[in-house]
Write a new protein. Structure first.
Length: 416
């Protein structure tokens, strides 16, 4: 169990400047997207406006951060051995001016600390890492991009790239490091990537998360911020999956990718690979008809799972032109061919669409459809699966698909 110590921070401002590939770099002010948190009678809320844009979350004073964590510990029924404090924020936590103060306070409670996503750009002296370790930091998630200092300086705007890398080496030698890199074709892939992996392996890093660079709206840039970099064509999904698998074969690191894939746990959608139906047979019978609206990445896997449980005649899966289901918006729904859609439609739980607007768009052909939300997630992404066992992954997916089936059976049209 991890308690979040949110230190706040605004991308670009509280991270010593945008990295060239940062998708927040071109985020524009605009109308709210709409989401499940919007009140029924109003369009827009904090979550689908300022929240998703992360434009107003200044660094939080240290006493507020410390007291928030203390309250969470006092209110929760935690066993100390299972607890960890995860320091994270909208900026870069290594740039948080009071990081040493809060880790010093947390160290008095003898609870291990996870330093959440940091690029290390706030580290000017490698001894900074040594001091954090002495305060109880035993896990770090570190955006490395490349272990080539010049590439870090050029692409990340890191003014002290060698100090950042030296700190990463110290972390890797002394605690669990989950390194991460956004992979840009022709920049930090190929031999550059292999040199980075070799360094991480030598230093003792535990894991490496590869993130496909997103440059277009259907890859997740839904805030009017495409393209992030003119003229760059990201890896296709198949190219990226093969890259993840090849790095996993070559290096002694726990390698995962997002949006694809985890070669060890078969995620996303490990249930789709359950050829002997050992696990999918646990799921309840589908008794009603419905359409599942999802992403291009998820569609073939979800179709396969419903095929395995013998429900393909009742449930069809329609993909919108979006790679990630949680980032489906009103615009994506407007492009759906309603001839493919049944009378009940399940959309992703976290899709950025107002409920009433979704019903309106998906009923514009005159068929009054029931539109409801499915589970928040049907699988786990590469950022999570690397910390889970295959059993954990399968359990998570079974719970999610059971919830999805119960939603279909409740809201769907009962089969005759």
């Amino acid at each position: 169990m991890q308690i979040i110590a949110d230190v706040g921070g605004i991308p670009g401002k509280d991270c010593r400047g945008f990295c060239k590939y940062c998708y927040f770099k071109k985020v524009k002010e605009g109308d709210p997207l709409g989401c499940r948190s919007c009140l029924p009678g109003s369009f827009g809320c904090e979550q689908c406006n300022e929240g998703v844009r992360e434009t107003k979350n200044e660094f939080i004073p240290p006493f507020i951060v410390i007291n928030s964590v203390k309250t969470s510990i006092m209110m929760g029924n935690y066993r100390e051995a299972d607890l960890k404090i995860n320091i994270s924020g909208g900026g870069d936590v290594s740039c948080y001016p009071n990081l040493m103060d809060i880790t010093s306070a947390f160290s008095e409670w003898k609870i291990p600390i996870h330093l959440g996503y940091t690029s290390g750009k706030g580290i000017d002296d490698p001894h900074f890492a040594t001091n954090l370790l002495s305060h109880g930091v035993d896990e770090v998630t570190f955006t490395v991009f490349s272990t080539n200092p010049q590439l870090r300086k050029s692409w990340m705007g890191d003014k002290n790239p060698q100090a950042s890398l030296d700190a990463l080496k110290i972390f890797s030698e002394s605690c669990d490091v989950h390194a991460a890199a956004v992979i840009i074709p022709g920049v930090n892939d190929g031999e550059v990537l292999r040199e980075t992996c070799a360094d991480l392996e030598e230093w003792g890093a535990k894991a490496f998360i590869l993130m496909r660079f997103a440059n277009f709206r259907n890859q997740g840039l839904i805030l009017g911020n495409e393209p992030v970099i003119e003229g760059v064509e990201p890896h296709s999904l198949l190219e990226f999956e093969e890259l993840v698998r090849s790095i996993n074969r070559e290096f002694n690191l726990r390698v995962t990718g997002t949006p694809l894939c985890d070669p060890e746990n078969n995620t996303p959608f490990a249930l789709a690979k359950d050829k002997d139906k050992e696990y999918v047979d646990i799921l309840s019978e589908v008794t009603s008809e419905a359409t599942i609206l999802t992403s291009k990445v998820a569609k073939p896997f979800i179709e396969r799972i419903f095929e395995l449980i013998g429900a393909s005649d009742l449930v069809n899966v329609v993909a919108v032109d979006q790679d990630i289901g949680c980032l489906i918006t009103q615009k994506d729904l407007e492009d759906v061919d309603l001839k493919e859609v049944k009378e009940t439609v399940i959309i992703p739980g976290r899709a950025f669409v107002h409920d009433k607007k979704a019903e309106e768009i998906l009923s514009k052909d005159g068929v009054q459809r029931i539109v409801t939300r499915g589970p928040d997630k049907l699988s786990v992404d590469g950022e999570m699966s690397g910390t889970l066992s295959q059993e954990d992954v399968l359990k998570t997916e079974l719970i999610a698909f059971q919830d999805l089936i119960e939603t279909i059976n409740f809201f769907g049209v009962r089969k005759k």
